[in-house]
Structures are given as structure tokens and as C-alpha cells.
Design a protein around this ligand. Structure first.
Ligand SMILES: Cc1ncc(COP(=O)(O)O)c(C=O)c1O
Length: 388
């Protein structure tokens, strides 16, 4: 017991507690989630219950997809989509080096080999020209990502996939609420997964949702997440090899509370981003994130700036930490992670655009309830850190 308390005091990452004045991220939870969770607890139905169905229906409506299956994490959802797409040992799958590792891991679990295509320097999403150039006779599919909530080039990627007979999955874990060509991510006919870790637009603690436009795929997802059970009512009847990727009703209840206020949460996030934009305007050595255009409407997930080539990013991060501002490396290039180098021999200069971006990006504190005063503190600390 004492050990648990001590670990909590040291913070979730086990590091020595520092005086954080502005944290990197914070979930936005209120009495509504408490009320819903209490209702589930009192119902005695903690898993495979009605809150999951309701959460799925609300998610499907929200993103404009006919079907949604709630799962234990975004990674679990992406993994099942790759499993259903039939990735086999030795198949090549093209994906983005500017992402979280799960975007590639989801097909590596099935024996797929990652092929990293470079990104567009502005959007930081897969460059369709680089994707097409990376196709070989062993290519099975593409896992794209809407990085930092900015929609990827879905139409171009879909056209490439159709031309070459490949599957296309959209890793939308960071993009709930984003819009591509005036329609929500999730509504474009492509299967994808959204993630609900506590830093996301909505959270269920851990959890995710897969959205699909195929009833058959939806049935498969529900069976696969539940140990390959058939969807008749016999509990010990397993018709395929499955996983335990179930979400609980407790999590679904939190998700319902979160979805009810999603519009407000997104508006608050946009306001915080706009305020950063104003505060950072004209600051030397720091570039703000890409603005929306007619086809791409970002759902603000994190606020990632780029420091100029001459600026020592690690020193900036250290100075920010000393001022009580929690900032982070967001994100290191996936192909250069130690396990990727070891397994596949990947090295620098494979994806120069991605590598350049990944060595200059840093995430500032960002969450819906971030106060203007704290943003001012962050920006003042950043200005000083960059100019020192
Ligand atoms: C782009 C991306 N893909 C996949 C994931 C995995 O989601 P989860 O943590 O819910 O498994 C995340 C979450 O951080 C992510 O940001």
C-alpha cells in the first residue's frame, strides 16, 4: 500500500516529482461521467452490457459511419482491421514514419513488414507520391494516419489503393471530430480506428472505436474482440481465433458522457489553439502548426510547434521543464525507434522529410481547460528558452 502511494506521488512515469506548473495534458471530466459510471456500477452489469451498444451507436452517428465497434484501445482496433485485411507473414504494408508506433505495430503483429513512405513537409501526413513509389509486388496495403488530428489525403490514397488492389486503413486515433472535404473523418467509406487515451479529444481512460461501412466487417470485429465467439447466444462457442479486446461498460459510460460534450470540448480546444497562435505570432525560431484549408479541418489533439534548425530542442525542453512547463518530444520518427533499427536495419536518411520534422518538433501543454494565463506563461518560457 505504502509503495503504491509513493509511486503515485512520484508521478505516473516513475520519475522524481518536479514542480510542474503547466502539465502537458489533462482530461476534461465532470459530474456527468461520475453519474454515468455510478449508474453502471450500481447496475451490476460491468461488461458486455447496454452502455457499450449505446456508446457505439453514438460514435457511429457522430463520425457518419453506419457501424462502430468499441474496443479496449485504438491499437486493438487497428490490429483487428489488419487481421481482417488478411495481412500475412512477409506482406509489405506502407505507412507513415511520423506517427505513434501502433500505426505500424498493428500489421507487424500479423507478420507484415513495415515500409515507411515519406510525409508531406506541411501536413506531416503520408505523401501520396511517396506511397505510390514505395509499392512493390509484395505490397498488401496502406495504413495511413491523420497525424495530430489533421486529415490525411484520403481520396488520393484511396485511388492508389484501388489502382493497385491494396487495402487502406485510416489510423484516426488522434482525429475524432476532424473533417476532410467537409465530411467527418470516419464517414468516407474507409475503415478506421479512433483512440480514447486520456490525452485524446474524448477519453474512456483506455479504449477505442473502430468504424466501418461494412456490416460483415462489423460482425467480424465484434466476434474477434470477444475471443472469436459467434454472435449467437452460446457463450462457450468459438468459431474463430479471437482476442480479448473488449471495452467495459464503465468505460463506455465515461465515453457517453464525453461524447455528449464533444462539441464543447472541440470548441475549447480550438480556442486554446487560436490563443497559442496569437501569442506565438512573430516569435523568432518557432513555427506554429499548419492552418486548415478548404479540404482539411483539423480536430485539435496536441499543439506541436517546430523549432528552427539552429535551435537546440533538447535544451529548450530542459529550460521549459525548469520553468515548470511540461513539454515533450512529439513525435520521434517510428522507423528510427530502437526495435525498428534492430528488426529491419532501418537507419537515418530513409525518410528525410519526416526525420527533419521529427527532430525539430515539440508539443506544448494542450488541453481544453488550459487557461489563458498559463498559456502566456508557456509562451514567455518558450520565448526565453529559444533565445537563450
Ligand atoms: C496515431 C496513433 N495511433 C494509434 C494510437 C494507439 O491508441 P491506443 O493508445 O488507444 O492504443 C495512438 C495513441 O496514442 C495514436 O496517437
Amino acid at each position: 500500500m505504502a509503495r503504491v502511494r509513493k509511486d503515485r506521488e512520484r508521478g505516473s512515469r516513475g520519475g522524481v516529482k518536479t514542480q510542474t506548473r503547466v502539465p502537458l495534458s489533462r482530461p476534461y471530466i465532470d459530474e456527468r461521467e461520475e453519474e454515468l459510471v455510478l449508474e453502471v456500477l450500481r447496475s451490476g452489469r460491468l461488461s458486455l452490457g447496454p452502455w457499450i451498444d449505446e456508446f457505439e451507436q453514438l460514435c457511429a452517428e457522430r463520425v457518419g459511419a453506419p457501424y462502430a465497434a468499441a474496443v479496449s484501445s485504438g491499437t486493438a482496433g487497428l490490429h483487428m482491421l489488419c487481421h481482417i485485411a488478411g495481412v500475412r507473414e512477409g506482406d509489405e504494408v506502407i505507412t507513415s514514419p511520423v506517427s505513434f508506433v501502433a500505426t505500424a505495430n498493428c500489421f507487424i503483429f500479423e507478420g507484415g513488414r513495415p515500409v515507411f513512405a515519406d510525409v508531406d513537409p506541411q501536413t506531416l501526413n503520408l505523401d501520396p507520391v511517396a506511397v505510390e513509389a514505395a509499392i512493390t509486388e509484395r505490397t498488401k496495403g496502406i495504413v495511413a494516419v491523420d497525424m495530430f488530428g489533421y486529415p490525411c489525403e484520403l481520396d488520393e490514397l484511396r485511388a492508389i489503393a484501388e489502382r493497385h488492389g491494396l487495402f487502406l486503413i485510416d489510423d484516426s486515433c488522434e482525429a475524432l471530430g476532424a473533417e476532410y472535404k467537409d465530411a467527418p473523418i470516419g464517414s468516407h467509406g474507409i475503415s478506421g480506428a479512433f483512440g480514447f487515451y486520456p490525452n485524446k479529444q474524448i477519453t474512456t481512460g483506455e479504449g477505442g472505436i473502430v468504424t466501418t461501412h461494412s456490416e460483415e466487417e462489423w460482425e467480424l470485429l465484434k466476434s474477434l474482440r470477444n475471443q472469436g465467439r459467434s454472435y449467437d447466444s452460446r457463450w462457450f462457442h468459438h468459431v474463430r481465433l479471437g482476442f480479448n479486446y473488449r471495452i467495459t461498460d464503465l468505460q463506455a459510460a465515461v465515453g457517453i458522457g464525453q461524447l455528449e460534450k464533444l462539441d464543447r470540448l472541440l470548441a475549447m480546444r480550438s480556442e486554446v489553439a487560436a490563443r497559442y497562435g496569437e501569442l506565438l505570432a512573430g516569435m523568432d525560431g518557432v513555427e506554429a502548426p499548419l492552418a486548415d484549408d478548404a479540404d482539411h479541418r483539423r480536430s485539435w489533439f496536441v499543439y506541436v510547434v517546430k523549432v528552427a534548425p539552429g535551435v537546440d530542442r533538447d535544451a529548450v525542453l530542459e529550460r521549459l521543464a525548469a520553468s515548470g512547463v511540461e513539454a515533450g518530444h512529439y513525435v520521434p520518427a517510428v522507423h528510427l525507434q530502437p526495435y525498428m533499427r534492430e528488426r529491419y536495419g532501418f537507419a537515418e536518411r530513409m525518410c528525410p522529410v519526416a526525420e527533419d520534422a521529427c527532430t525539430h518538433m515539440l508539443a506544448l501543454p494542450f488541453f481544453p481547460q488550459l487557461e489563458a494565463d498559463d498559456q502566456q506563461l508557456v509562451v514567455d518560457a518558450l520565448r526565453e528558452a529559444v533565445s537563450t
